[in-house]
Design a binder for this molecule. Structure first.
Ligand code: GLN
Length: 483
């Protein structure tokens, strides 16, 4: 299978045409049994591919992703292409503009092959909260893909696209990446523009790339990272060359390991494979240092107060009036009740109610303020860790992918799937998940966490580990690469 660079080189050298490449992916997507796409865009993709081929024929300069088929999570808006956010309330929504990340991908020559399935407004850990049905895990179709970037991850794993965009609030790129055996990166808060990303928890949301290799992940991040005047929370911090460090060895780098990430609830095979991966990193001449994140136990509780609070405010805009679906016209109350009652899913409603409750007078101090204090404690714990080490290595998730339907009746057990990913979002840090083996035929993910703006270092350690193993060459059973 080709990496992004080899693929674009072949297209630029006219050994392959972008149209040919896109036709193959369109076919694969049409034949997919994974429910990974809500809206495939074969015609638009072909039109874009023709433009790229024409530009190359004319000798015009094309971008670093020229002719590369990418998929976009449906919570990221695309001009004139239906963007549902996984919600029936936006079933017919055609955005009038492209999200900044989409604009940047297109400018770099990437080709959008479709909009991918996801949990409604990115709320979920299994893909099962989508208004369009769950996606299936390509390694075992009876298992969840993880979520909320369910379709983007399944599509990358099953080679229905070369790379994809997902979004993160509490683990939605890394957790499905771990379940589906691909690489997923959550950037530092502010690294990537949120303009055009449907708001779920604005103080945590970030767009992140999914790809099959660390190098391809770096290439996508390179294109989407950087300040955007349309998002005041995007940072002016300069964007380094994410590819420059990849070949450099990690001799002497200090890798932290915290016992809290290896405690009860961690599946034995996951523990074993992650420990093996850490030993491998050590053998690359890194130093392993024991550290501690005592506040890990507060992270989920804080997240499930902060997130619903912001959800209750952000989802107020879906009121049946300005845009999106509408039900009930008898009276104003009827309009609100029916529209929101009928067109929002159970998890969205649960979070709106939870958020409204914890923000209400009398409970605000007890819940929301406490959660914000916990957030500070978690941040400080991470600061202490990164005074001692360069990077922290942990499992991405406590278990491998679970069976479809198995956690639907118990939201709390579903929330636990994010226990190792959520603290990173709470602290605004970057982290990457990459494959480190198979347990019972299902992928296991290694998570590397770094201080703010350390994406280059994370990618470097991830790359050095990736090159020392061959996990990246494994494809799910029955999956064949078309390029
Ligand atoms: N699974 C978590 C949730 O349900 C995280 C979702 C996300 O990162 N978007 O909120």
């Amino acid at each position: 299978m080709l990496g992004i660079q080899q693929l674009t080189e072949k297209i630029k050298a006219r050994e392959l045409s972008a149209v040919e490449v896109v036709e193959k992916f369109n076919k694969t997507i049409a034949a997919s049994k994974l429910n990974s796409f809500i809206t495939p865009t074969p015609q638009q993709a072909l039109a874009q591919a023709r433009q790229i081929d024409e530009a190359i024929t004319k000798g015009e300069k094309v971008g670093s992703l020229a002719g590369v088929p990418v998929a976009i999570k449906d919570v990221i808006v695309t001009k004139g292409i239906r963007s549902t956010g996984g919600s029936k309330i936006l079933d017919n929504y055609l955005p009038p503009y492209d999200a900044t990340v989409v604009e940047r991908l297109k400018q770099a020559g990437a080709i959008i092959v479709g909009k991918t399935n996801c949990d409604e407004f990115a709320m979920g850990s299994s893909g099962e909260n989508s208004g369009y049905g769950p996606s299936n895990n390509p390694w075992d179709k009876t298992k969840v893909t993880g979520g909320s970037s369910s379709g983007s991850t399944a599509a990358v794993a099953a080679v229905e696209c070369v790379a994809a965009l997902g979004s993160e609030t509490g683990g939605s790129v890394r957790q499905p990446a771990s379940f589906c055996g691909v690489v997923g990166l959550k950037p530092t808060y502010g690294r990537v523009s949120r303009h055009g990303l449907m708001a779920m928890t604005s103080s945590l949301d970030q767009v992140g790339p999914l790809a099959r290799t660390v190098t391809d992940t770096a290439r996508i991040l390179q294109v989407i990272a950087g300040q955007d005047e349309r998002d005041a929370t995007s940072s002016r911090q300069s964007v380094p060359d994410y590819l420059a460090n990849l070949p450099k060895d990690i001799k002497g780098m200090r890798i932290g390991v915290a016992a809290e990430f290896f405690a009860d609830g961690l599946q034995a095979e996951v523990k074993e494979l992650v420990e093996k991966a850490i030993a491998k990193i050590k053998s690359l001449a890194a130093t392993i240092v024991e550290v501690s994140l005592p506040s890990l136990e507060y992270a989920l509780a804080a997240y499930y107060v902060i997130c619903p609070s912001e959800v209750s405010a952000n989802l107020a805009r879906y009121d049946g009036i300005r845009y999106g679906g509408r039900a009930g016209v008898e009276s104003l109350a009827d309009l609100y009740t029916k529209t929101r009652g009928q067109l929002l899913g159970a998890e969205a409603k649960r979070r709106i109610m939870l958020g409204t409750y914890v923000l209400s007078a009398g409970y605000y101090e007890a819940y929301y303020r406490q959660a914000l204090l916990a957030r500070q404690v978690i941040k400080k714990d991470f600061d202490k860790i990164f005074n001692k080490v360069d990077i922290l290595a942990t499992p991405t998730t406590p278990t491998t992918a679970f069976a479809l339907g198995s956690k639907l009746a118990d939201p709390l057990s579903m929330y636990l799937a994010d226990v190792y990913t959520v603290p990173v979002n709470i602290a605004g840090l970057p982290a990457i998940s990459l494959p480190c083996g198979l347990a019972g035929g299902l992928p296991v993910g290694l998570q590397l966490i770094g201080p703010a703006w350390s994406e280059d270092k994370l990618l470097q350690v991830a790359y050095q580990y990736e090159q020392s193993e061959r996990w990246r060459e494994q494809l799910p059973p029955g999956v064949k690469s078309v390029y």
